[in-house]
Design a protein. Structure first.
Length: 140
């Protein structure tokens, strides 16, 4: 704060940008916590919370590590009775499963914002299911 005030006084009212700005915060959850089923009917919708939980646990245990940078697109449809509130941009056959982690991030997932996510992915009968384990704004 003092350093900013001295620079403003010395340079006049100009914008100062620091090169050592902190990196964006990434929210991360353990694999055990990643598959927890959300309690809110708003994110589960008309889907079955039991089936969603089973699918989430299956993706976490059998799926492969996955990273995606792009946009999460909100969807209203349900894939095979499991709750999938988001798909990945350009990948309409990829379902982001509803979990407590996704429920808690819902207010941070701005419509059309570029994000970086990590998780586990499992391909079943042409549909790809993703359980998120990390989330943050894209830096590139």
């Amino acid at each position: 704060m003092v350093r900013e005030l001295l620079l403003i006084l010395a340079l006049g009212p100009t914008r100062v940008a620091w090169a050592d700005a902190p990196a964006p915060i990434v929210v991360r959850v353990s694999l055990d916590d990643a598959a927890r089923v959300p309690r809110s009917a708003a994110i589960i919708g008309g889907a079955c919370s039991f089936c969603t939980g089973l699918m989430s646990r299956r993706v976490v245990t059998q799926g492969a590590a996955y990273t995606f940078v792009g946009r999460l697109q909100k969807q209203e449809t349900v894939a095979d009775s499991v709750a999938c509130p988001y798909t990945l941009e350009g990948q309409p056959d990829t379902c982001v499963l509803a979990t407590e982690f996704v429920e808690n991030l819902a207010d941070q997932i701005a419509e059309g914002a570029q994000v970086a996510v990590e998780g586990r992915i499992l391909d079943l009968d042409g549909l790809r299911y993703v359980v998120l384990t990390a989330f943050g704004p894209s830096t590139g």
